[in-house]
Design a protein around this ligand. Structure first.
Ligand code: FES
Length: 163
């Protein structure tokens, strides 16, 4: 009977040691998680304009869909003009024969879609801004920022895809 006392003391002492070690480990991992979590939440907030994943709406996915076919034939794009892809909110232009450019079709003033290029200019129907079909630069306000360019590839068979 007197044997059981010393044994249970040893067992409980050992348990205490394990608990203490566990608490220390927990404290360490909590600190690490705090540091990592803080940095992780700051980044997307500062970089929300180009974050292609997470909470972007499906209509905004055009910037991240590398390889996505935009048009089956570059011959649909008139030289000196262009085509607006309303679903993708993009405009593909052909400023000179065989040279193709692609821009966001979302006006940088207040977000309307620009019209298809004519006479080298893309006209916004909302407040009259105009953008150069060759490089997206502002030709006439109220917009002050150019249309962002999207990289594309044109295959030998004329298929145009996002790069
Ligand atoms: Fe295009 Fe205002 S939204 S000019």
């Amino acid at each position: 009977m007197t044997d059981t006392h010393p044994m249970s003391d040893t067992a409980s002492a050992a348990r205490r040691t394990v608990l203490a070690a566990g608490a220390a480990a927990l404290a360490g991992s909590t600190l690490a998680a705090c540091g990592g979590g803080g940095g992780g939440t700051e980044k997307p907030a500062q970089d929300s304009g180009s974050a292609p994943n997470a909470a972007q709406s499906p209509g905004e996915a055009s910037g991240s869909a590398a390889g996505k076919v935009l048009m089956k034939s570059s011959s649909e794009i008139p030289v000196g003009g262009g085509v607006v892809l309303k679903e993708q909110k993009l405009v593909v232009t052909q400023p000179t024969a065989g040279s193709f450019r692609c821009f966001s079709a979302v006006c940088t003033h207040q977000g309307c879609l620009v019209n298809k290029p004519e006479n080298g200019l893309m006209h916004c129907p909302c407040h009259g801004s105009e953008f150069q079909a060759s490089d997206g630069a502002v030709a006439k306000g109220p917009a002050t920022r150019p249309l962002p360019e999207k990289k594309i590839t044109v295959a030998s068979d004329g298929v145009i895809s996002l790069a």
